[in-house]
Design a protein around this ligand. Structure first.
Ligand code: RFL
Ligand code: PHB
Length: 388
């Protein structure tokens, strides 16, 4: 088999890139290790920046999002001293869209089906070959048979645990990492959201987040020690702890119910540089991970896709040099989001060993955010998305 761009991974990065390339007349084959229902069963991101929503529209899959997504003009932050709001629209004239990654992925699959794109599910043992030549190829197994896919370029969209990043020789990449000493326990429940907008809560017992997917579906998170197991947390224990960490007024009125999904995610910041090796380009979580606090993971995947799509389009139009700028352009924006999600994480969580001085600094940061328009503007600009 032969294609122009072999795309490893059928998560949001791979599907969005495939959709944009196909619509531009560039052929792709997506190789995904899992089944479609497995990919759609993962509950992840919930907040989309305008750059991401614009790109989804450009890919021809924005209709349901524009119907069902909820625009948020701001967000709430809760501290021991009460709750305050940062108004994105008033500070920087921007908003975000609340629309789940599951829905985004579903829309991308539907759009890919509609144009007859090739997505191979349950592709096992994917391996990349001859990446530094002008004739790279990919091998994989499906239903016990071996296959070879020749291509012009490979897009590594296979997430943090994929094989693309590992296909770059270790002495040719530099990795930067920060592992945080806690995780997020997330619960999805068929209940009305606790508030109209998200609430990020700094509490002495640990961070909490009240988020949502739609008017009947809520998503909540609690900071938990890394040693905790999902089985340790009954629904009742989760709701009791969440009530303690949210403002009393919100907690009183909060609807609770059985959890539909419950999982623990570790928090990590990670970047590999450069994001290119010969004809291989890394995209999204394959190249970088952010802690979820700033809601940046999926949004960064979208900006990578935007840069790579533009560069590939130029390359197939005869300007192969356009690909040389991909890694630097993407990394410039990635480090902006790295800084922001690290900062959001550091001001909102309780760290083991946090002393009174650290505590006072955190309170001072949050007080500035509450009272200084300039601090709010910087937060609002970063949260709603740095420019592409
Ligand atoms: P994905 O989604 O991990 O998809 C990679 C795909 O590659 C497949 N794969 C392989 N395929 C073939 N061969 C192999 N060897 C393969 N290895 C892996 C996998 O099966 C998978 O289908 O990466 P992608 O596409 O780059 O997308 C990144 C986003 O999924 C991720 O950044 C976000 O979910 C992060 N994130 C959030 N991002 C936001 O922008 N806003 C949020 O509000 C937000 N909240 C979150 C989050 C992530 C979370 N978790 C669980 C990590 C909340 C949580 C709790
Ligand atoms: C979510 O709704 O899953 C969500 C929202 C905001 C975040 C992280 C996760 O910062």
């Amino acid at each position: 088999m032969r294609t122009q761009v072999a795309i490893i991974g059928g998560g949001p990065s791979g599907l969005l890139l495939s959709q944009l390339l196909n619509r531009a007349g560039i052929e792709t084959v997506v190789l995904e290790r899992q089944t479609r229902s497995y990919v759609l069963g993962r509950i992840r991101a919930g907040v989309l920046e305008r750059g991401c929503t614009d790109l989804l529209r450009r890919a021809g899959c924005g209709a349901r999002m524009d119907n069902e997504g909820i625009i948020h003009d701001g967000t709430n932050l809760s501290t021991v001293n009460g709750m305050f709001r940062v108004d994105f629209k008033a500070r920087v004239g921007e908003t975000v869209m609340v629309y789940g990654q599951t829905e985004v992925t579903q829309d991308l699959y539907a759009a890919q089906d509609a144009i007859g794109a090739t997505i191979v599910h349950e592709a096992q043992n994917v391996a990349l070959h001859d990446l530094t030549t002008d004739a790279p190829y990919v091998t994989y197994e499906k239903d016990g048979r071996s296959h070879r896919l020749d291509c012009d370029y490979v897009a590594g969209c296979d997430g943090f645990h994929g094989i693309s990043r590992q296909s770059i020789p270790a002495d040719r990449r530099t990795e930067y990492e920060r592992v945080y000493p806690f995780g997020w326990l997330g619960v999805l429940s068929r209940t009305a959201p606790a508030a109209e907008e998200l609430i990020y809560a700094n509490h002495p017992r640990g961070f909490a987040l009240a988020s949502m997917r739609n008017p009947q579906l809520s998503r909540y998170y609690l900071q938990v020690p890394l040693s905790d197991k999902v089985e340790d947390w009954t629904d009742q224990a989760f709701w009791d702890e969440l009530r303690r960490r949210l403002p009393a007024k919100v907690a009183e009125g909060m609807e609770t119910g059985p959890s539909i999904e419950k999982s623990i995610a570790p928090l990590r910041s990670f970047v590999t540089e450069p994001m290119r090796w010969g004809r291989l380009f890394l995209v999204g979580d394959a190249a970088h991970i952010v802690p979820p606090t700033g809601a940046k993971g999926l949004n960064l995947a979208a900006s990578d896709v935007h840069y790579l799509f533009e560069a590939l389009q130029a390359a197939f139009g005869g300007d192969a040099a356009a690909l040389d700028g991909y890694s630097d352009r993407a990394l410039r924006r990635i480090w902006g989001a790295m800084r922001f999600s690290w900062w959001m994480t550091s001001i909102l969580h309780r760290f083991p060993g946090q002393d009174d001085f650290d505590q006072k600094i955190q309170e001072a940061e949050l007080y500035q955010l509450e009272t200084l328009e300039s601090a709010q503007a910087a937060m609002a600009r970063n949260y709603t998305g740095l420019p592409y």
